[in-house]
Design a protein around this ligand. Structure first.
Ligand SMILES: Cc1cc2nc3c(=O)[nH]c(=O)nc-3n(C[C@H](O)[C@H](O)[C@H](O)COP(=O)(O)O)c2cc1C
Length: 198
């Protein structure tokens, strides 16, 4: 199972990008996670360009399409999500019926240097994802005081936060398994059913 991770921060030393790297060390067996590398290259949304998507938008779209699940880590900017993340989600949302996020198991986590760990931004992200038709987990992981939460080598220094991330990753894997049930023929070996869009 493949998770595509997207950090809502463009900053080189982003705590949210660090959080996704920490999550990559906490994956359940059989799950791999790759981080989308180029949110900064996504141009401003322009409906006129939908017939010929910009290269970076098409790349992100293909990555979401190829992933079984999506994990977003968002900072909080003025109690909401960063414009660049919203912009990317707007691109991914059209045409709505063909959105690669539609029915995609998706989870949101977040880190901020404030006291609340980007909870409002996470709620906003879940709201936008639900509007797009993603299967959004009703969970959050709030990492407050993010500038104090990471060891120099990247691990979180709070085992409870690590456990919360483990739970979210497990819930994502379960949501994917529910979407792609494994058929077990009588007396035979388990085989995965074809991917269903619904
Ligand atoms: C424009 C701007 C607005 C911000 N607004 C909030 C906010 O509403 N709540 C909060 O907790 N932190 C806020 N912050 C602080 C961010 O949480 C902090 O910069 C965080 O490290 C950003 O995430 P990153 O490290 O992944 O880039 C704001 C930062 C910026 C630059």
């Amino acid at each position: 199972m493949r998770i595509l991770a997207i950090s809502g921060s463009l900053r080189r030393d982003s705590h949210n990008s660090a959080l996704l790297r920490a999550a990559a060390d906490l994956l359940p067996p059989g799950v791999e996670l790759t981080v989308h590398a180029d949110l900064k290259a996504i141009s401003p949304f322009d409906e006129d360009d939908l017939h010929q998507l910009p290269v970076a938008v098409q790349r992100l779209r293909d990555e979401v399409d190829a992933a079984d699940a999506v994990l977003i880590s968002t900072p909080e900017y003025n109690h909401s999500i960063p414009g660049q993340l919203k912009n990317a989600l707007d691109w991914l949302s059209r045409p709505l019926i063909e959105s690669p996020l539609r029915n995609k198991p998706t989870a949101v986590i977040g880190a901020s240097t404030g006291m609340f760990g980007a909870v409002w931004a996470q709620a906003e992200a879940r709201k936008v994802l639900a509007a797009i038709g993603a299967r959004v987990l009703d969970r959050e992981v709030a990492v407050p005081s993010a500038d104090e939460q990471f060891h120099p080598h990247g691990h979180l220094n709070d085992s409870e936060l690590e456990q919360e991330i483990v739970e979210v990753l497990k819930a994502l894997a379960e949501a994917v398994a529910r979407r792609h049930p494994v058929a077990v023929p009588a007396g035979g070996q388990a085989a995965e059913e074809p991917v269903r869009s619904g």
